[in-house]
Ligand binder design. Structure first.
Ligand SMILES: *Cc1c(COP(=O)(O)O)cnc(C)c1O
Length: 361
């Protein structure tokens, strides 16, 4: 068996230990004689899985007791609608536009009310995080929405916006569990798990309890009320059982390897290897302003489309997969999530050096 270095933006690389453990338990989960895929979501075995996953996540992120943890379905994109349906009581909210995912959430919110653009970095193709120290937030806004790490453009908020006392709601899909966060600064954090935690389809939402009420927009379907999910401990209907099981294993892996403080150090050191190379290379250039760089998604270009394509093809042949940039941006992007080993980034940089030498006259 040989595994490639997978730089996919999502679904993305998972820890080998986790995959191996899941493989070992595939046919007989701990003496139950069945796979987790085959068991009732009301069984004792699954009840333990979901409870342990939640407890481990609470430990990892230091989630206060007055926040609910929900395991939902529908991908991160379903949250684009659930958020306004549940929280846009005044039918008005502020959005900061830092890329495709923020823009999609913004368009979805417009279905339900007035979504106001508070700031945007569209003027420079989303290569930076706008200044959010004094946003035009008004009193009648229900919340301020951000996409905290922009998967496609490779930017990340290094300071949270000044929301002037309004609730902050953050899409953390591509930076979830990459470093510690202060949960109390948010009304809600959510993440589609296929970037950093598990298989696609599962979404984790962490919501301050007092925000979860029956006071939702008229017509909100039962399944799309956070209250329904919270009242039933994410078991209103059949949850994404196998996804939750894998997430639980990743939480344990993160706890075992030192938690989020340690993970942040590893991730920063890992990203630095690539950024340091990009900063001195004559051929490859990072596309993001330094102060806004993500440590999870690193886009870069050579400035020459044909050379980009040659690089992606030769990298693939050498075992570096999914380095092609997003279809809307071009160039290259290396997603270096938690489970990408440092050796993978070192090997990529060595390969880039070799490519640069071979393709420079
Ligand atoms: C991938 C991604 C999404 C979309 O996730 P789906 O599960 O495909 O809906 C949303 N936001 C961010 C930041 C993402 O990286």
């Amino acid at each position: 068996m040989s595994r490639v270095y997978n730089f996919s933006a999502g679904p993305a690389v998972l820890p080998v230990e986790v995959l191996q453990e899941a493989a070992d338990e595939m046919l007989d989960y701990r003496g139950t004689g069945m796979s987790v895929m085959e068991m009732s979501h009301r069984s004792k075995a699954f009840d333990n899985i979901i409870k342990e996953a939640e407890a481990d996540l609470r430990k990892l992120m230091n989630i206060p007791d007055n926040y609910k943890v929900l395991f939902l379905q529908g991908g991160a994109s379903q949250q684009f609608a659930m958020i306004p349906m549940n929280f846009m009581k005044n039918r008005k909210a502020g959005y900061i536009l830092t890329g495709q995912w923020a823009k999609k959430a913004f368009s979805e919110a417009k279905i339900f009310g007035e979504a106001v653009e508070l700031a945007s970095s569209a003027d420079k193709t989303f290569t930076y995080i706008p200044d959010c120290s004094d946003l035009p937030i008004t009193d009648d806004m229900d919340y301020v929405y951000i996409c905290e790490n922009n998967t496609i453009y490779g930017t990340k908020y290094h300071t949270l916006p000044n929301t002037k006392g309004k609730l902050l709601i953050a899409d953390q899909s591509s930076c979830f569990l990459s470093e510690p966060v202060d949960v109390t600064k948010y009304g809600m954090i959510y993440a589609g798990v296929q970037k950093n935690v598990g298989p696609a389809g599962t979404v984790i939402a962490i919501i301050r309890e007092d925000l979860i009420t029956d006071d939702v927009l008229p017509g909100t379907p039962t399944m799309l009320k956070y209250k329904t999910q919270a009242d039933n401990d994410s078991l209103y209907n059949t949850p994404p059982c196998y996804g939750i099981y894998i997430c639980g294993k990743v939480f344990k892996w993160l706890l075992k390897t030192g938690g989020l403080e340690e993970r942040k150090k590893i991730n920063e050191a890992k990203a630095k290897i690539l950024y340091d190379f990009l900063d001195q290379s004559k051929m490859f250039k990072g596309t993001v302003e330094k102060e806004s760089r993500s440590i999870m998604n690193v886009p870069f270009v050579t400035g020459d489309k044909d050379l980009d394509a040659k690089f992606v093809a030769e990298a693939k042949a050498a075992g570096f997969e999914n380095l092609k940039g997003h279809r809307t941006v071009g160039g290259m992007r290396a997603s270096i999530y938690n489970a990408m080993p440092t050796e993978g980034v070192v090997a990529l940089v060595d390969f880039m050096k070799k490519f640069e030498a071979e393709n420079t006259k």
